[in-house]
Ligand binder design. Structure first.
Ligand SMILES: Cc1cc2nc3c(=O)[nH]c(=O)nc-3n(C[C@H](O)[C@H](O)[C@H](O)COP(=O)(O)OP(=O)(O)OC[C@H]3O[C@@H](n4cnc5c(N)ncnc54)[C@H](O)[C@@H]3O)c2cc1C
Length: 481
């Protein structure tokens, strides 16, 4: 999708013709928008970031977990230690299915964290301002300005007053229900409805939480029966505790979500001791989620964060990916060529499709099956597999490469010889899905290649490595949720 020559010329001359034209107008100023504003401002660009909300405020749709890779990116921005100062480190994460559980240990020093979004988003916003960006809250995008096909700015509204703002590029960082995406008509692809609904609330963190061997101050993300139960130790001495359950059960939750949440958590042997007292919040729910990719750029516009790619939160990479993609988009904008934006889009897809598919498997209702129970057993027993799980969270390898297909086949055959024939059906399903995923990954890599992006690297990572999106592509058990 090369930009027509005349449009490119216009793109380059727009700000020269009119000095009041901004370099970038960013719609949405949370983890994607503020981070992009920081990168662009530090590169000397004139940036305005607006947000409809009265920031800083909580982002209700978040369970806060930031992966080691996400914390590394905060370090790169110079913000990691500031987060560590107010949010406790998360030393480990318990994973598992039913009674098969294990724990992934993170290196000491606060490589993972679960900061409340009020605090994290405020930090990013302050840094965006300190870097030179203008930030206006309670200001919403209403309409886009166009010259021909090209977006050249927007009409924004604050306290009932509307204003025209012209910018070389308008970036939608305005979340999954992105107004920007709707106004530019960004195409959605590879979308599906989430089969689960989630409810969670905050409980006080008991003073024995760090010493108790069941928790050791860590997070938890395990499947019990058909429910995924999670505990995220956040700041302000609170634990975020919740459940993701089949959406078909929603009628049972209607009108009594906190009561039902408490009942569910008190039935679980891990969350029961943590929820004996009163919660410190109401129940918060995510009831109807749709996951998708969206076209990430067009003439004069781009999308970043959930506005352009929204995946099952099971592995908890939304915040991390927002940081990662904001950095990649910032670089593409600074490069200034439309083709750089197209490369950003295609690279995002090529480096995200594996995690997207992995997350889909993790969130699927059939996740708790005999084959995955067997794989979780192997994971809990074998340090080498645990090391791969950790590497996948550091974005050094794909989560689809934790288990080698030849190992899965071998273990399944051994199970069948022991009479455990129930592994056969999920094995066949897994192999069919692996085929589809392989094809999808190959397609994304082809598109990335066509966009002049030769080697697909670890999610725009600066760290050299041999990241392969699909790798040996076994969709099995693994990390959290
Ligand atoms: C249930 C759930 C749990 C999750 N848990 C985790 C987790 O543990 N870890 C993790 O990494 N990720 C998690 N995620 C994902 C994570 O929350 C998102 O990926 C992340 O918030 C995306 O950030 P963003 O900046 O793209 O969008 P958002 O955080 O959605 O911010 C978008 C901003 O745009 C603003 N906006 C919207 N429309 C307009 C408009 N017209 N004009 C101006 N402003 C506008 C909004 O006010 C908002 O502030 C979870 C998601 C869900 C649904």
């Amino acid at each position: 999708m090369a930009m027509p020559r005349h449009a490119q010329a216009e793109f380059e001359s727009l700000s020269k013709r009119n000095p009041s034209v901004l370099d970038s107008l960013i719609v949405g100023a949370r983890c994607a928008g503020s981070t992009l504003a920081i990168h662009l401002s530090r590169a000397g660009k004139r940036v305005l970031a607006i947000d409809a909300s009265n920031l800083p405020s909580d982002q209700p749709l978040s369970t806060h977990w930031i992966s080691p890779y996400g914390m590394a990116m905060l370090d790169e921005l110079g913000l990691g230690d500031k987060v560590r100062r107010f949010a406790p480190p998360v030393p480990s994460m318990m994973y598992g299915l039913d009674d098969i559980t294990g724990r992934i240990e993170y290196p000491a020093g606060g490589s993972c964290s679960c900061p409340r979004r009020t605090d994290l988003d405020a930090l990013l916003l302050d840094e965006a301002r300190a870097s030179g960006a203008e930030v206006r809250t309670r200001t919403k995008l209403v309409r886009l300005l166009r010259e021909g096909e090209r977006v050249v700015g927007a009409v924004v509204e604050h306290a009932g007053l509307r204003e025209e703002i012209r910018a070389r590029i308008v970036v939608g960082a305005d979340g999954p229900h992105s107004t920007t995406a709707a106004l530019v008509g960004a195409e959605e692809y590879h979308g599906y409805e989430c089969p689960r609904a989630l409810y969670w609330a905050y409980w006080p963190r008991p003073n024995w939480f760090d010493e108790d061997p069941r928790y050791r101050g860590g997070a938890m993300n395990c499947t019990f029966g058909n429910d995924v139960i999670f505990v995220f130790p956040t700041n302000r001495d609170l634990l975020l505790i919740g459940v993701a359950f089949p959406k078909t059960q929603l009628p049972e939750w209607k009108g009594r979500s906190l009561e039902k949440l408490t009942e569910t958590l008190r039935r679980n042997r891990y969350t029961a001791p943590l929820t004996t007292g009163q919660p410190a919040s109401k129940a918060i729910g995510a009831l109807k989620l749709r996951f998708f990719f969206r076209q990430a750029t067009g003439l004069g516009w781009a999308l970043v964060g959930d506005a352009g790619l929204f995946m099952d939160p099971s592995p908890g990479f939304g915040i991390t990916d927002a940081f990662r993609d904001a950095r990649a988009l910032g670089r593409a904008i600074v490069e200034g060529e439309h083709q750089a934006l197209v490369r950003y889009w295609r690279q995002r897809d090529a480096t995200s499709i594996d995690l997207f598919e992995y997350s889909r498997s993790r969130g699927a209702l059939g996740h708790n099956n005999p084959l995955n129970r067997m794989l979780y057993g192997k994971l809990a027993a074998e340090p080498e597999l645990q090391a791969r799980l950790l590497a996948s969270q550091n974005r050094q390898c794909s989560p689809l490469t934790i288990f080698a297909p030849s190992d899965i086949k071998k273990w399944a055959e051994q199970a069948v010889l022991r009479g455990e024939v129930s592994v056969i059906e999920p094995l066949m399903e897994m192999s069919q899905r692996s085929e589809q995923i392989r094809a999808e990954i190959a397609y994304r890599e082809r598109l990335a290649g066509q966009a002049d992006f030769a080697p697909v690297q670890a999610a725009a990572s600066d760290t050299p490595g041999s990241y392969v999106p699909g790798g040996h592509c076994a969709v099995g058990a693994g990390e959290q949720l």
